[in-house]
Design a protein around this ligand. Structure first.
Ligand code: AMP
Ligand code: GLY
Length: 423
């Protein structure tokens, strides 16, 4: 079978690498891909947002399975377009993808189904939102309703700060249409956990848990990023939490979706806060996490193609999902300046030496091949994953690999999974 992976990040390289392991796969394409995906398949120069070009490519090349990485392609209805042409694709359709694409839609569904989440109010008028900011006790979390490249969630620690955020979203339109409506919600305390589940209608199967490290600098300082590292499994999860998750989140959610006439088929990744009074949903993502995927997939022992096909065909009950019991630690190497302005085009050295170290996998994100050399081309450049019997061993292996890699301005966190190593 021929496979097409849509996207160009570390998540897509990890997906392509794992899918390519399957005996069912003959050729693998990545659109648009990066210098890493090019080593395991063929890059196709179609951006992930060019939906009709992707459909045409899949049709002309008789692609047997297309796997979507980024949220905006799902929100744009890529799955509906592929299905209308009889093409097999992994991911939710446009209506079901609203769960991620509209935070207000997700909140309303959670409220109707009594799914535990932060107390929230929805606003479509800036005046009402500004008045509310003057009454409410900070800190509050302000969220643009729509997709905003992972930047649409801001924690305001003072009333004036909250008012500024509301003005920027609703009056200055910094996130365009995505900020036309907003949510203001209570700020939850606790520890975060990323949960990935394969979902097919009302059936679901869990993949491994993970924890992301969202802030740019050590000690959870600095601005928010797309994620600077991950560890799998999560240390704040156990069978009791899993039962609570099934009963109070997944089952009511999937019932609620069915009741609303929506059929979710794909990967559902709820971001959770583990609080002293139980689990709370922070958000629903409708796709694999980045960098969580780079930590989760190296632990997956089962065939990913079979799992995705079982999801699409509604056969999840029979699926075998096995994970390596070892820990995976993923550290992101970013361009100097990321998540703010950064330079690109810096040559990257030492990739082969790093990849030859034991239990290390190197996933490319913002890289491209230029005149035969691999150079940086994005904010997050590489994701270095290592497996270990303990968190400490996985960390040591990941950081040993990082010491082999050099590019100008490279920055990374030195404390990924450090708290777990000391626990
Ligand atoms: P979201 O895109 O909704 O997951 O938000 C991005 C990040 O903002 C989350 O991973 C949390 O770190 C933080 N966040 C979102 N909602 C809340 C909340 N209600 N309380 C505290 N932190 C939050
Ligand atoms: N790592 C968080 C996300 O993919 O949304």
């Amino acid at each position: 079978m021929k496979i097409l992976v849509v996207g160009s990040g570390g998540r897509e390289h990890a997906l392509a690498w794992k899918l390519a392991e399957s005996p069912e796969v003959d050729r693998i394409f990545c659109a648009p891909g990066n210098a890493g995906t090019e080593e395991i398949g063929e890059n196709v120069s179609i951006p992930a947002t060019e939906l009709s070009k992707l459909v045409r490519f899949a049709k002309e090349n008789r692609i047997g399975l297309t796997v979507i990485g980024p949220d905006d392609a799902l929100a744009g209805g890529i799955v509906d377009l592929f299905e209308a042409e009889g093409l097999r694709i992994f991911g939710p359709n446009q209506k079901a993808a609203q769960l991620e694409a509209s935070k207000i839609f997700a909140k309303e569904l959670m409220s109707a189904e009594k799914i535990p989440t932060a107390e929230a109010r929805t606003f479509s008028s800036s005046k009402e939102a500004l008045d509310y900011c003057s009454e409410v006790m900070p800190p509050v979390v302000i969220k643009a309703d729509g997709l905003a490249l992972g930047k649409g969630v801001i924690i305001a620690h003072a009333r004036e700060n909250a008012r500024q955020v509301v003005r920027s979203m609703m009056e200055e339109h910094v996130f365009g249409e995505a900020g036309r409506r907003i949510i203001i919600e209570e700020c939850l305390r606790g520890s975060e956990c990323s949960v990935h589940a394969l979902v097919s209608g009302e059936a679901f199967r869990m993949l491994a848990t993970a924890r992301d490290h969202k802030r740019a600098l050590d000690g959870d300082e600095g601005p928010n990023t797309g994620g600077m590292g991950a560890v799998s499994p999560a240390d704040n999860w156990n069978t009791e939490r899993e039962r609570e998750f099934d009963d109070s989140i997944m089952q009511p959610l999937l019932h609620g979706l069915t009741r609303s006439g929506l059929m979710f088929r794909g990967l559902l990744f709820p971001g959770l806060m583990v609080t002293s009074s139980g689990l709370r949903v922070l958000e629903f993502n409708c796709r694999f996490g980045d960098p969580e995927t780079q930590a989760i997939l190296p632990r997956l022992k089962s065939d990913l193609v079979s799992l995705l096909m079982a999801t699409i065909e509604g056969r999840l009950e029979d699926a075998t999902i096995e994970f390596d019991s070892r820990t995976a630690v993923t550290v992101i190497l970013a361009s100097g300046g990321y998540p703010r302005k950064y330079d690109a085009g810096k040559p990257i050295e030492g990739l082969e030496n790093a990849a030859s170290l034991p239990e290390v996998r190197i996933f490319h994100a913002g890289t491209k091949r230029q005149d035969g050399k691999i150079v940086t081309s994005g904010g997050r450049v590489l994701a270095i994953t290592a497996l270990g019997e303990s968190v400490t061993e996985a960390r040591e292996r990941a950081y040993a690999a990082i010491r082999q890699i050099h590019f100008e301005g490279c920055h990374f966190r030195r404390d990924i999974a450090l708290r777990l190593a000391h626990a």
